[in-house]
Design a protein around this ligand. Structure first.
Ligand code: HEM
Length: 400
């Protein structure tokens, strides 16, 4: 084992002020020392931090690394296994049992069919924004409602019930200030979804959740699946839309290029995914001793995979810290992960972002921040998903 391995004292580390789009400086520094470092997990346990693109990708494709929640060795008490259906934190064969019935419901073709509806939802949000007039908070007027309405319609969750789950999901995905608050928010979402599953069983409607009731999955499993879909389905995309708009507004030349050339939209979305990596880190635990980047990861040790530094790896991406919507190499980014847990909703997210970014910049040619950039409130690094808390924007009324 190499003696000179770099050590990051405790995770997570904070971003440098004034650089809201860059990964925390300590993680970038770790990458400069090499693709793998020692670290201490927030709960005090020793682990490894992987910051290099190739190494992150190889761990994601390696079945000797587990996603199981109960194996995560990060705190000094035993974590319970993921509840039935919450397959993000499971390995095969359990993971596949839940993921397989869903794959056909999230294909490129199925998602393209949804495009028209997503366009309509976007137009409705923009109309409401325009009618209310500037200034507005882009998060509440635009970034949150679009993916929330879409995932609600797809799953069959009544949008008018969002008061029962949206805030709770926000809380347990990043806004909780204590463990008690996190558990309460999570339990409330579970209870809401348990009732919804029972209602779909009794009266199936035309949606994914109702379709799933026609299978051998139990109510408890369906509750878990719908929780994963709902939680993964709006917070990620909402933060990409708001943080992505912030990044475009801070890079006027890139924004101008995108405005001028609609054919750049698809590539721009991939580049924003790479550059921002809102789903910034995930963990895996070694099931046996594994040699990795010249180090031995002992069985039972948990590694942190830093998707955001992997996506800024100079050995993989030219000028990685530059937002370049025309770049040719953004496509291989790890913003949707890789391997068996690669994002199930990525085609949906892509359609949403392509439609929403395009429509927003076309509708408001003079869109700009309504506060100085340093006053935009950012989520802390402890949040699962990175993003802005709110994004005050304005525009010239006569031009809208
Ligand atoms: C998994 C990112 C949107 C559903 C993942 C993972 C990432 C990710 C990084 C893998 C985690 C790991 O490696 O363990 C994103 C980003 C999104 C997005 C950046 C938006 C820009 C969505 C949407 C859905 C969705 C719209 C809607 C259904 C899922 C599900 C999984 C997942 C179900 C678990 C897959 C599995 O464990 O097999 N996502 N996601 N995601 N995502 Fe997304």
């Amino acid at each position: 084992m190499s003696e000179s391995v770099h050590t990051v004292t405790t995770l997570p580390t904070e971003r440098r002020s004034g650089l809201p789009f860059d990964p925390p400086a300590e993680l970038l520094d770790a990458r400069r020392h090499g693709p793998i470092s020692r670290c201490t997990h927030p709960g005090g346990k020793p682990g490894w931090l992987i910051t290099g693109y190739d190494l992150v990708r190889s761990v994601l494709a390696d079945s000797r690394f587990s996603s199981r929640k109960e194996l995560m060795n990060v705190v000094d008490f035993e974590l319970p296994p993921a509840p039935p259906g919450e397959f993000l934190l499971m390995d095969e064969p359990q993971h596949g049992r839940y993921r397989k019935p869903l794959v056909g419901k999230f294909t490129v073709r199925r998602m393209r069919l949804l495009t028209e509806r997503i366009e309509q939802i976007t137009v409705d949000c923009l109309d409401a924004m325009e009618k209310a007039g500037p200034p507005t908070d882009l998060v509440t007027a635009f970034a949150k409602p679009i993916p929330t309405i879409v995932i609600c319609e797809l799953l069959g969750v009544p949008y008018q019930d969002r008061g029962s789950f949206q805030e709770q999901i926000d809380t347990f995905m990043g806004g909780a200030t204590s463990d008690e608050e996190l558990i309460a928010a999570y339990t409330a979402t579970q209870e809401y979804l348990a009732e919804l599953v029972a209602a779909k069983r009794a009266n199936p409607t035309d949606d994914v959740l109702s379709e799933l009731t026609d299978s051998d999955l139990t109510d408890e499993e369906l509750r878990g699946i719908s929780l994963i879909l709902l939680a993964a389905g709006f917070d990620t995309t909402a933060n990409m839309l708001s943080l992505g708009t912030f990044a475009l507004l801070q890079n006027p030349a890139q924004l101008a290029a995108l405005r001028a050339d609609p054919s750049l939209t698809d590539r721009a979305v991939e580049e924003l995914l790479r550059y921002l990596s809102v789903a910034k880190t995930f963990m895996r635990t070694a099931l046996e001793d594994v040699e990795l980047g010249g180090q031995t990861i002992k069985a039972g040790t948990t590694v942190v995979l830093s998707y955001n530094t992997a996506n800024r790896d100079p050995e993989r991406f030219a000028d990685p810290h530059v937002l370049d919507l025309r770049r040719q190499d953004a496509g291989g980014h790890l913003a949707f992960s890789h391997g068996i847990h690669q994002c199930l909703g990525q085609q949906l997210a892509r359609v949403e972002m392509r439609v929403a970014f395009r429509a927003l910049i076309d509708r408001f040619p003079t869109l700009r921040l309504a506060v100085p950039a340093e006053e935009v409130g950012l989520r802390p690094e402890t949040a699962d998903i990175y993003g802005v808390k709110s994004l005050p924007v304005t525009w010239d009324k006569e031009e809208s």
